[in-house]
Design a protein around this ligand. Structure first.
Ligand code: PRX
Length: 654
């Protein structure tokens, strides 16, 4: 980080209000019960005791997972690699499905599905078990085996979890690609992991329209030599292009399959899935998660933070295409045997009260969403909320980006009716599960993710690795945790460089945070060149590469700018090739081009044409200077600039 930027990490928030959780919620909470059983009297004592991380994680593991064969060692820590529950034989699907067939969870609803057009479907744990087994058998018949990679490109329909679980069941590694990503984004991801098969659907409903997913998958598959089969689920019944020999209908291949399928006994540290996430270079990183420790981490955090019990109806309103959905729509709720809601469509379709209608209809008791969605609903106003009875709600959650105190208070008052605590959970694709988060026993400060979960040791370091209080600095995690990534697929050096090179044997999260005098963490945003748009990570350089791939573009620089709704907006400065005339039409064309390259979510909000971009003498584009100019801030030290006049161009442009 540049010198000036370091100094700019300022303390941004000074929020003093404290909200205590309701007493009966505390008294009856899962975490309180566990504390009582372990003779622990207070939150502080719990945090203190859990500093013995091997004891803590081994102890909580007993409540959530069943190993086929026990582990020999809780933790093997060879920085930067950690192995948890070493030597255990395990498969996460045993806990998510198989074990429930022996209990009354078997006939309980696992997923309540609500399609955007209003069609609904409920799947019990047994239904899900059968569907998963049939697909798993079909995959085996197609020659897919342990260790093979399968790309999954599906919208928010129950077949997405079914496909993931079927892969995991036979020991194949799934790589889910968000259905909002473009064909080219899909192509890069399936090629990177050399997927043997891709699972998709004909099309799906979004904001009253249909999105032709199979068509997009076909485009990706034109240049994906490893893919032997494309399995297509029929969601809408639309006609689809067909590639004889490669394409197979889901319903055809599962039709005659047996309803039982043996679950592959994996090593606890074998990979469960890859999930690609943006970093500071143009190439997304393939995060690797595993079966064993991941299961312990996600299930324990969900059970304690959102206090899920037998009768709860849980709605994590994220998309399964992101880590939030992987951990907290698919694996953790199933391990806990709870009922979850899956909704296919847009939050404001057909009207801005669709979510509140769903909550009332299914008596949702815990809602987990993002600050962007909350701000969207704030904008529509309380009258949409007040049309519905939300009294079933008892806890609320937030994730993905810092929640501004104003949105926190609105959420607390209008959705939670001042009786539901808000769990602001900080975590990342890499961490697998919540690391900094309140528990139902934690006094809350609006805008703060509060304290590390028991067993997690976090801190804020200055540039020299010194722990600091009440000043902005680098958010770090000091000890390994069970859901920690196994590394980056085919990129061990990048793994070390990105997370472990700044401070020795300490995990660098890449976020700027402040720790206050009570040890509460206030996350302020990314420290690196990664944007956070509506809680989704997008690398500046990925958008730049997409722009530069347009034949009329010579160079591009992308920066983030605060946005009322989305947290951050994408602003692009583009230098065109000589002879190309700038125009509003071209701006539109470039926006669409980025949409095609990456997906709609990455389309720049603003595009400005310039003749030149500020660069160092070695030719590196200085985003820091561009960002400062675009935001009207002091640009700081520009002595290393090769072309100071380009800075003036930026200010003229905006
Ligand atoms: O900057 C932090 C922000 O989202 C980043 C992680 O993004 P991703 O891997 O896509 O995972 C998002 C869902 C877990 C973090 O580095 N972030 C996540 N949760 C919070 C947050 N920022 C502030 N408060 C949060 N609760």
């Amino acid at each position: 980080m540049a010198e000036k930027e370091k100094q700019n990490i300022a303390v941004l928030l000074e929020e003093k209000r404290v909200f205590n959780p309701p007493e009966d919620l505390v008294r009856n909470s899962n975490v309180k019960k566990w504390m009582d059983e372990h003779g622990i009297k207070s939150y502080e004592e719990l945090l203190e005791k859990a500093k013995d991380i091997e004891w803590f994680w081994a102890e909580v593991a007993k409540d959530v997972v069943e190993w086929y064969e026990p582990y020999k060692k809780v933790l093997e820590w060879n920085p930067p690699y950690a192995e948890w529950f070493v030597g255990a034989k395990y498969n996460i699907v045993h806990d998510a499905l198989d074990k429930h067939m022996e209990t009354d969870v078997k006939d309980k609803v696992a997923y309540i599905f609500e399609g955007e057009p209003g069609d609904t479907k409920q799947l019990t744990y047994h239904d899900l078990y059968v569907e998963v087994n049939k697909l798993a058998n079909a995959l085996k018949e197609l020659g897919i085996k342990k260790g093979d990679r399968v790309g999954i490109y599906l919208p928010m329909i129950p077949e997405l979890p079914i496909a993931m679980l079927a892969c995991a069941k036979i020991g194949a590694i799934h790589s889910v690609v968000f259905s909002g990503f473009s064909a080219l984004a899909l192509r890069d991801r399936i090629n990177d992991c050399e997927a043997k098969a891709v699972i998709t659907c004909d099309s799906f409903y979004r904001r009253g329209n249909k999105v032709a997913l199979k068509k997009q998958a076909d485009e990706a598959l034109e240049d994906a030599p490893s893919v032997e089969h494309c399995i297509v689920y029929r969601r809408t019944g639309d006609e689809v292009p067909w590639n004889e020999g490669r394409d197979l209908w889901w319903h055809d291949i599962v039709k005659d399959q047996p309803e039982e399928c043996e679950t592959e006994k994996m090593d606890a540290n074998d990979p469960l899935y890859f999930l690609y996430t943006s970093g500071t270079t143009g190439k997304p990183k393939g995060i690797i998660h595993r079966h064993g420790g991941y299961a312990v981490g996600i299930a324990t955090t969900l059970k304690w933070v959102f206090d899920l019990k037998k009768n709860d109806v849980w709605w994590c309103a994220a998309d399964v295409g992101w880590v939030t959905g992987h951990s907290y729509i698919v694996y953790a709720p199933l391990i806990l045997g709870v009922t979850s809601v899956i909704y296919e469509g847009a939050p404001n379709y057909p009207e801005p009260d669709r979510w509140w209608e769903i909550i009332e209809k299914y008596k949702v008791s815990v809602l987990y969403t993002s600050p962007t969605s909350i701000r969207l609903f704030m904008r529509y106003g309380e009258e949409w909320v007040n049309k519905h009875n939300l009294s079933s709600l008892r806890l609320l959650g937030s994730v993905g980006e810092p929640i501004n105190p104003e949105a926190w208070i609105w959420y607390h008052k209008n959705i939670g009716k001042e009786k539901c605590p808000i769990m602001d959970t900080w975590w990342q694709t890499e961490t697998g599960h919540f690391l900094i988060t309140p528990l139902p026993i934690t006094p809350l400060k609006p805008g703060s993710a509060t304290k590390p979960f028991p067993g997690i040791q976090a801190d804020v370091f200055d540039e020299n690795g010194k722990s600091i209080t009440n000043a902005g600095g680098n958010l770090v995690i000091l000890k390994p945790w069970p859901g920690m990534l196994k590394g980056l697929y085919k990129a061990p050096e990048r793994y070390k460089e990105t997370y472990w090179s700044k401070f020795k044997d300490v995990y660098l999260a890449g976020d700027v945070a402040r720790k206050d005098e009570d040890g509460y963490f206030w996350i302020q945003g990314r420290a690196d060149d990664v944007l956070n748009v509506s809680g989704h990570r997008i690398g500046n350089s990925e958008v730049e590469s997409a722009l530069v791939s347009h034949p009329k573009v010579a160079e591009a620089a992308v920066v983030g700018k605060p946005h009322e709704l989305k947290g951050e907006a994408i602003v692009a400065f583009v230098a065109l090739k000589s002879g190309v005339e700038p125009s509003e039409e071209l701006k539109k064309e470039l926006r669409e081009h980025v949409g095609v390259q990456m997906g709609k979510i990455a389309r720049p909000d603003e595009i400005w044409f310039v003749n030149d971009l500020p660069k160092t003498r070695s030719g590196k584009i200085m985003r820091r200077v561009i960002r400062a100019k675009a935001l009207g801030q002091d640009v700081g030290d520009t002595s290393t600039l090769a072309n100071p006049e380009a800075v003036e161009e930026i200010s003229k442009a905006v």
